[in-house]
Structures are given as structure tokens and as C-alpha cells.
Design a binder for this molecule. Structure first.
Ligand SMILES: Nc1ncnc2c1ncn2[C@@H]1O[C@H](COP(=O)(O)OP(=O)(O)OP(=O)(O)O)[C@@H](O)[C@H]1O
Length: 336
């Protein structure tokens, strides 16, 4: 696998001094393996942009070290910049009067892409993000989503080995956001490593191999995406509606009863099930055998629910923690 694409060790970043001091990052340690997409989650002000800027060599860490493919972001600025592409949310950075194609050519040249290959690479990249038809139009006529895709195209043309995407889907409508996700997924196939920060769980769900949760500048969770979904402790919520007596065995077979409501003789029971396979289905059927069931609905756990649960657990642990403590995390979550 070789050297990690990103290796962050004990990074801290403080802004201001004295009364105005803000600790944006504290002792942050993690890695992005080559070819991996790391999704970074965190609420407003958690430190995500600060982290991205440090890796992009736009800010220096106050403490600790950060390396990109083994190059120190403080001492080997040029090497890091050569290997890294950055896309910040919003529509900064292009020349509005120039066409999408000319913007790409210009920035690709700045990024050191060879003259002979620029034309083909630019056209491929435009096609890759679905902008071929709009390529000749001035960028000022582009929608926000199209501009974001143009940023991703630049990521493709310049062929960085690490791409930093800071909230790339912010402000986009659902259709544009989905197009952008598809473009990012296409980038992955080129083998680029990606650090992606987002408030949108869908971005993380669709793209991330690994999930990092930052709260108040600390790493709280660092886990494979598949494990993150499991850290909720249940796989699905089953809602059963019925009439007459409530079945007695609803909390057996590892099912837990989340709530039961009764309205005019019709009860609604919400159950959490540890997995949702054939066996669970049979056990639920057995538990409901004698009941007068009106309907059953199964909703697999969503990343959104998991994130909310993790944040809830962290908030509950919060008063007990001091600056020196180990990060507190959700039960069952693998932290390093
Ligand atoms: N240049 C700066 N000067 C002072 N404080 C700053 C500066 N940049 C960031 N901060 C503070 O550092 C903390 C982390 O900010 P950062 O922008 O990294 O968070 P974030 O997770 O990206 O938030 P958001 O999701 O809102 O973009 C915040 O408290 C912020 O106010």
C-alpha cells in the first residue's frame, strides 16, 4: 500500500491569543490510505475547514505534523502542492468571462499539465463531469452545481494524487448534488485519494470508505464506513400496527421495543432489530403469530440516524471529559 496519502499526527491549531484564543483543532491524529475516501463529519465550527486548509498548505498547524504522501506540509510546501488539489464549497475561483473549457486549460497549465496532453485531458474531464455541452459557454452563465463540477473536472485534469473536497455539495439542489457525487465517485476510479468534508450524510454514505467525526476540534470517531453504520447498535426499525392484545414476545430475539402507542384500539409498536435477514423475519413472524396485524413497515437504519445517535452519546459524555482525557465515543466504534 506504501506511504499513506495523508498522515496527520497530533495536530493542533490555535487562532488568536489570550481571551480571544480559539482552539480549532486539538491533538488530531488519523490517516488516509492511498486510494481511500475519508469522509469527515462534524457540526459547524468543529474544525473541518481548518484541517483541510492545513493539508492544502494554506494554514500551518500550531503543533504536530501533517504529511501528504510523506511530505511535510510545513517544510515541503511545493511537493505537497504539486500532489494536492483543493475544492472548497461555493463557487470561487474561476474566470466568469472565460468558457469552462478555457478556464480548465488555463488552470491545468498552471498546475503543470503538459501542453501536448492538455486538450485531450480537458475534453475527457469535461465529459467525465457531464459538461461537454456547456464547455464553450462563459462560466458566469453556469449554475452553482455546474461550477462545482468544473472544479471536479479540474481535479481530473491536474491529476492530483490527493484531492481535498471541503463541502463540495453545499448549496446545490438534490439533482446537482447527486451529479457531483457521481463525478466524485468517477474520480475514485482513477485511484486518487480523497478527503471529503461534508454536513450531508448522503455524501458520506455514497462515497466514504472511512468516517472521521470531529467535534470541538477533536477526533471522536475514526472507523470504516461499514462499521460506522453498525455503531448505531441496530440494523433497522420495524413498525408494526395491530388490533387487540399486544403480542407478549416483542422484546425477544434481540429485538428492542422503542415505543408503543395506542390510538382507538389500534396499537403501533416500533421495534429495533439487530439485523434484517431471513431468520429475523421468521422470528418476528413467530412473535406476531397470534396478533391481529394490520401492517408492517421496515426502515433500515440511515447514516443520519447513526450520526445523530453518536452526537447524542458524545453530548451525554461531554461533562465528564477534560482536555486531557481520551476522546469519548459511541459504544462499539473503533477509535485510534
Ligand atoms: N482565521 C480564524 N481566526 C479565528 N478563528 C478561526 C479562524 N478560522 C477558524 N476559526 C475558528 O476555528 C473553529 C473551527 O473552524 P472551522 O472553520 O475549521 O470549522 P468547520 O468545522 O469547518 O465549520 P463549518 O462546518 O461551519 O464550516 C471555529 O470556532 C472558528 O470560529
Amino acid at each position: 500500500m506504501g506511504v499513506p496519502a495523508v498522515e496527520v499526527t497530533g495536530v493542533g491549531r490555535v487562532f488568536g491569543r489570550g481571551r480571544h484564543e480559539v482552539v480549532a483543532l486539538r491533538d488530531v491524529t488519523f490517516e488516509v490510505a492511498q486510494g481511500q475516501i475519508l469522509g469527515v463529519l462534524g457540526s459547524n465550527g468543529a474544525g473541518k475547514t481548518t484541517l483541510t486548509k492545513i493539508l492544502a498548505t494554506l494554514l500551518e498547524p500550531t503543533t504536530g505534523t501533517a504529511r501528504v504522501f510523506g511530505h511535510d506540509v510545513r517544510r515541503e510546501l511545493r511537493a505537497v502542492r504539486r500532489l494536492t488539489g483543493v475544492v472548497f464549497g461555493g463557487d470561487r475561483g474561476f474566470y466568469g468571462a472565460l468558457s469552462g473549457r478555457d478556464n480548465l486549460r488555463y488552470f491545468a497549465m498552471l498546475a503543470g499539465v503538459g501542453r501536448r496532453t492538455i486538450r485531450a485531458k480537458v475534453d475527457d474531464a469535461l465529459a467525465g463531469v457531464g459538461l461537454t455541452d456547456a464547455a464553450r459557454r462563459p462560466v458566469e452563465t453556469y449554475s452553482k452545481g455546474m461550477r462545482q463540477r468544473l472544479h471536479i473536472a479540474l481535479g481530473l485534469v491536474a491529476e492530483p494524487r490527493l484531492l481535498l473536497l471541503d463541502e463540495p455539495t453545499v448549496g446545490l439542489d438534490p439533482v446537482e448534488a447527486e451529479r457531483l457525487r457521481t463525478s466524485i465517485a468517477a474520480l475514485r476510479r482513477t485511484g486518487v485519494s480523497i478527503l471529503l468534508t461534508s454536513h450531508y450524510l448522503l455524501d458520506i454514505e455514497r462515497l466514504a470508505d472511512r468516517v472521521l467525526v470531529i467535534a470541538q476540534g477533536r477526533v471522536m470517531v475514526d472507523t470504516p464506513a461499514t462499521e460506522f453504520a453498525r455503531s448505531a447498535g441496530f440494523a433497522a426499525t420495524v413498525t408494526v400496527q395491530g388490533r387487540g392484545p399486544l403480542p407478549a414476545r416483542l422484546d425477544s430475539y434481540g429485538m428492542t421495543v422503542e415505543s408503543v402507542e395506542d390510538q382507538g384500539g389500534v396499537w403501533t409498536a416500533r421495534l429495533r432489530v439487530p439485523d434484517w435477514g431471513g431468520e429475523m423475519f421468521q422470528q418476528l413472524s413467530a412473535a406476531l403469530a397470534d396478533a391481529d396485524v394490520l401492517g408492517v413497515d421496515v426502515a433500515p437504519v440511515r447514516l443520519e440516524d447513526v450520526y445523530a445517535l453518536v452526537m447524542q452519546r458524545l453530548a451525554q459524555d461531554e461533562p465528564a471529559r477534560t482536555a486531557q482525557d481520551e476522546p469519548a465515543g459511541a459504544a462499539g466504534v473503533d477509535r485510534r
